[in-house]
Design a protein around this ligand. Structure first.
Ligand SMILES: [Mg+2]
Length: 280
């Protein structure tokens, strides 16, 4: 695998050829180090500076499994667009939108939530995060084998909504979502078309786990970067970075590069108009 920092000149040439870039990043494990409790995840002051610098100079977005409101308060930068809940919630150009999910799917999700919450009592260390439009079951701190929890989560999701819910796996977390056709791959492709400043701008996507692989595959012709955080996982990404500190360095290198091209970010949610959605 090619390290993105070691291949800066190659990446710069690619951006130059495209005439600009649109940058998208995952949050946990990419901008903020992984912590045992998801609520404790924070960006460092240095990362916030690097992100802010980049966002002032090029179109930039966060594409995350976290709920929109949650990640918004962790980012606190008005010029950063966000796709939350794996693409079910959007914040672009100061406007928020939510993808319409059928009542039957929401009922299935609520029913599954009850079953999943019961797992917290059964397995010490399991934490169920209710993100309204989706549910995450974290088992980083579980005292039992991850496979035991996984089996139970899959059984509950099947029982309450085999045709209405789907599961996206991450690192010691499972995400249960309504089967509304969204994942990070589709969200990243849509986000790029919503915020890019020029037709041929090359998408850059940086993420660290299984859920980001969808985005790497969807953006096969872009610059895709997997953050390793100590693990050499198989990936569809074209580059790697070692950890969140390398992500910070990469953003700091990227920001002035784009300035030279005088790219004015354009942001709009018009691309999403084709989907049944409603303003929040
Ligand atoms: Mg992540």
């Amino acid at each position: 695998m090619r390290d993105a920092l070691a291949n800066r000149s190659r990446i710069a040439r690619r951006i130059e050829r495209a005439g600009g870039a649109v940058v998208m990043l995952d949050f946990d494990g990419t901008l903020a180090p992984i912590v045992s409790k998801p609520d404790k995840a924070r960006m460092s002051a240095g990362m916030r500076r690097a992100l802010s610098l980049c966002a002032r100079r090029m179109p930039l977005a966060i594409v995350t499994g976290r709920a929109l409101a949650d990640v918004k308060k962790r980012i606190r930068l008005g010029n950063v667009s966000i796709a939350g809940n794996h693409g079910l919630e959007w914040f672009v150009a100061g406007k928020q939108k939510r993808i319409a999910v059928s009542p039957a799917m929401m009922r299935a999700l609520r029913a599954a939530r009850k079953g999943l919450t019961a797992l917290e009592k059964r397995y010490k260390g399991v934490y169920v995060e209710d993100k309204k439009l989706s549910i995450s079951v974290h088992f980083r701190r579980a005292r039992v084998h991850p496979r035991a929890v996984e089996r139970e989560v899959r059984r509950i999701a099947r029982r309450f909504g085999a045709s209405r819910l789907h599961i996206i796996g991450g690192i010691l977390v499972l995400n249960i979502l309504p089967k509304a056709g969204w994942d990070k791959g589709r969200a990243a492709a849509m986000m790029a078309s919503c915020i890019k400043s020029s037709k041929n701008a090359v998408p850059i996507f940086i993420g660290n786990d299984e859920t980001d692989e969808g985005a790497f595959r969807a953006l096969r012709r872009g610059i895709t970067i997997r953050v390793k955080n100590g693990k050499n996982a198989e990936t569809a990404a074209s580059y790697t970075l070692n950890n969140t500190e390398s992500v910070r360095k990469f953003l700091l290198w990227l920001a002035p590069l784009e300035t030279n091209m005088r790219c004015e970010p354009s942001r709009s949610l018009t691309g999403l108009a084709a989907f049944r959605s409603r303003a929040l």
